[in-house]
Design a protein around this ligand. Structure first.
Ligand SMILES: Nc1nc2c(c(=O)[nH]1)N=C([C@H](O)[C@@H](O)CO)CN2
Length: 123
């Protein structure tokens, strides 16, 4: 399975369950792994055939900017369902991390997979 990825996307988010977290922005980190058939763009050398990683990253930023999220789980699910639907992605892995949220840990968060992991492009 071919992959298009976005790694270590750093964003400022309104996120968290505590009252004080609703009044501040916190750094979050997002990783995306997205299944795609990379042979058509490799053959055409045309951006139109790609899963455009810039488009995906900008959409994630817009989703983060649009709302306060209590849980990293809801943000990860929102990112996965939105990108899958809007960009026709058959399988996605989304990691959302909160660096510095837990003393003694460099990062905490969630990783989810949605869609068909066994997806293969038709030849
Ligand atoms: N599984 C989760 N656990 C926790 C979350 C979360 O979003 N998912 N959030 C918090 C707090 O907001 C925390 O990050 C503040 O330090 C605690 N546990």
């Amino acid at each position: 399975m071919d992959i298009v990825y976005v790694r270590d996307l750093k964003l400022d988010a309104r996120i968290g369950i505590y009252e004080w977290e609703k009044r501040i922005f916190q750094k979050i980190r997002v990783d995306l792994e997205m299944a795609w058939d990379n042979r058509p763009p490799a053959n055409s050398d045309n951006i139109k055939d790609t899963l455009n990683y810039k488009t995906a990253a900008k959409r994630v930023k817009a989703l983060v900017d649009a709302d306060h999220y209590e849980l990293v789980e809801r943000l990860a699910e929102t990112i996965a369902s939105t990108l899958m639907q809007e960009l026709q992605i058959p399988w996605i892995q989304v990691t959302v991390g909160k660096p510095g949220a837990v003393h003694g840990s460099s990062e905490v968060g969630v990783r989810i997979e949605r869609g068909n992991r066994a997806w293969q492009p038709s030849i």
